[in-house]
Design a protein around this ligand. Structure first.
Ligand code: AMP
Ligand code: MG
Length: 334
């Protein structure tokens, strides 16, 4: 029986989750937001530093466990914003030293993927699922093959969440922009044609962003029509490439993850595509889609159980990896 504490701090969210035998005992988080303007890495890191203790004790309280009961501390090593990652790592090392417990370092994107197991993804006879991972900084189509999570397709420029947030900021909406854009899209009157940029298995978003900004400036279109058209266009691009990855890998499962996956229209479009090709669709609940500590603890437990950990005596070996890519990680816990 193991109890793992997971720390998430790659970007806007500081989260702590506690997992015991694949069950989530607590999942507490606090996110840096702005009224206007985007995320400033140093300010987000300051937010994490100021809130970490409160979140930590709340997570312990809710899980009804004592600090000394923790068997290991898992933390997000990357990819992410360096100042934010450092806050998480320092806190992980502090707890590790204090209680002489090992550390497990985690790739944030793979944690988003592995948490799909909690809703049954990856259990089917057809083997592993294809994952459409759509978050702020990352947008990737991932599938497992020969010891690594391979990236079948991805954004060639900016992540879909950052794209939505940038457009929202331009329209005077604060961070995060995604939920406000989703609400606006529901009030639309018509679809406005936008560029459609799928290149093989990859997508490109910056050209669409420029086009949207120009359309907004022209004052010929309502913000809700642009929000709606943006969602329809970009989500179709995502679903098209995800469908091609399903066909290519022969998988019959799609797992959706990342903060943008909270969008009900994106979920609906994925569901329709899966239904049409007789594939299963998986999507964890919202608290596990956005950045959170529970997914870090969840993968931390899987790795810890396979003996993948670093002793509190060797903490100098452990560092952050702001630019770590999903396909760099050796998946030696399967
Ligand atoms: P993550 O980096 O995975 O925590 O996801 C954060 C991103 O998800 C931000 O860019 C948000 O704007 C975006 N997001 C959150 N909720 C929604 C939503 N309902 N629709 C679209 N994007 C969303
Ligand atoms: Mg994320």
């Amino acid at each position: 029986m193991t109890i793992i504490l997971g720390i998430e701090s790659t970007a806007h969210t500081f989260g702590i989750g506690i997992v015991k035998n694949s069950n989530i005992l607590s999942n507490i988080k606090k996110s840096y937001t702005t009224e206007e303007g985007g995320i400033i890495p140093i300010d987000a890191a300051k937010h994490h530093q100021e809130n970490k203790h409160e979140i930590y004790f709340e997570a312990l309280d809710e899980a009804k466990i004592k600090e000394e009961d923790i068997d290991a501390i898992a933390f997000s090593q990357g990819p992410g914003l360096a100042p934010c990652l450092l806050e998480g790592m320092r806190f992980a090392k502090e707890i590790s030293k204090k209680f002489k417990k090992p550390i497990v370092y985690i790739n944030h994107c793979i944690a988003h993927l592995e948490i799909g197991k909690i809703v049954g993804a990856g259990d089917s006879e057809a083997g592993s699922s294809v994952m459409l991972y759509v978050s702020g900084a990352n947008t990737q189509i991932i599938a497992y093959a020969s010891g690594k999570y391979r990236i079948f397709g991805e954004t060639l420029d900016i992540g879909a969440g950052n794209f939505i947030d940038t457009f929202a900021r331009y329209a005077g909406i604060g961070f995060p922009g995604g939920p406000a854009i989703e609400k606006l899209a529901k009030k639309r009157k018509k679809y406005v044609e936008l560029p459609y940029k799928v290149k093989g298995m990859d997508i490109a978003l910056s050209g669409i962003l420029t086009n949207l900004k120009q359309k907004l400036e022209s004052k010929k279109y309502s913000l809700s029509d642009l929000a709606y058209s943006m969602q329809e266009t970009v989500f179709t691009m995502l679903v098209e490439t995800a469908e091609r990855a399903l066909a290519h890998t022969g998988s019959n499962e799609l797992l959706l993850g990342g903060g943008v996956a909270c969008n009900s229209r994106l979920q609906e479009m994925c569901k329709i595509m899966c239904k049409e090709r007789d594939a299963k669709f998986f999507c964890p609940e919202k608290s596990l889609l956005v950045d959170n500590g529970a997914m870090i603890a969840f993968l931390g437990e899987i790795m810890f159980d396979k003996g993948i950990k670093v002793s509190y005596k060797n903490l100098d070996e452990v560092d952050i990896k702001p630019r770590q890519r999903t396909d760099e990680v050796d998946v030696n816990w399967k």
